[in-house]
Design a protein around this ligand. Structure first.
Ligand code: CA
Length: 229
């Protein structure tokens, strides 16, 4: 489960250590020294996880966390707070601002890696390698295979990601821009009608096993993945 991680940390030693260890764990890490740098980065790129130091020069990590949680666009991104404070009330304050988890310095990089895996599993199940199934349609991220009633289906890489997102987020309507954020992520320059193109291709691929009806158009709202009519 490789993730794009934004690390907001002003101590160069910790920054280097985490870049090294998270890189070895297969993650891509972009580091910035302060909240302003993080906001700048977030204008163009949506990371899978944000590691946020509590004490930063300028805007604090807590203030940045609060600000991101107030912005709909960043609400789905898991945030793990890094801090030297270990007091129970600080922990509560950290989680109150909307952080998903909290890790106290000094921590072992191994522990951080497992915390990252845990928040990804909770917040972004499509990032995990666990197979999903609905109504005879099966998707296995590990082997990158999709089958419908046992029949192998041929999907392009974007259709595969789109289907993976849908299968891990069923019964909810997503607008085109939400799908762009969730499935295309980093590439903010993609137009919304691109979503329609890939939805059409996905339905076409699912037709082979009669699962195309699971991808439903919700007029004026977007798309929904559902086994119900
Ligand atoms: Ca700091």
């Amino acid at each position: 489960m490789a993730a794009n991680i934004l690390l907001v940390e002003d101590e160069p030693g910790i920054q280097e250590l985490l870049k090294l260890n998270l890189g070895q764990a297969g993650h891509q890490v972009t580091a910035t020294d302060d909240a302003e740098g993080a906001l700048q980065y977030l204008k163009t790129t949506m990371p899978d996880v944000i590691l946020l130091d509590w004490m930063l020069p300028g805007m604090s990590g807590i203030d940045l966390c609060r600000r991101l949680r107030a912005d709909k666009r960043y609400q789905p991104v898991p945030i793990i707070m890094l801090t030297a404070r270990g007091e129970e009330r600080d922990r509560v304050a950290g989680l109150d601002t909307g952080a998903d988890d909290y890790i106290t310095k000094p921590f072992s990089p191994r522990e951080l890696v497992s915390r990252i895996r845990a928040v990804l599993r909770r917040r972004a199940p499509q990032m995990t390698e666990e197979p999903t199934e609905m109504a005879g349609l099966k998707l296995d991220p590990g082997s990158h295979r999709v089958t419908g009633n046992g029949k192998s289906l041929d999907l392009g890489p974007t259709e595969f990601r789109l289907l993976h997102f849908f299968m891990t987020h069923p019964e909810r309507v997503y607008s085109r821009s939400q799908l762009l954020d969730q499935v295309w992520g980093d590439d903010v320059f993609v137009e919304e009608r691109t979503v329609d193109v890939h939805i059409r291709r996905l339905r076409l691929a699912l037709e082979a096993s009669g699962h195309d009806g699971l991808v439903q158009t919700v007029r004026g709202a977007g798309y929904r993945f559902s086994a119900q009519q």
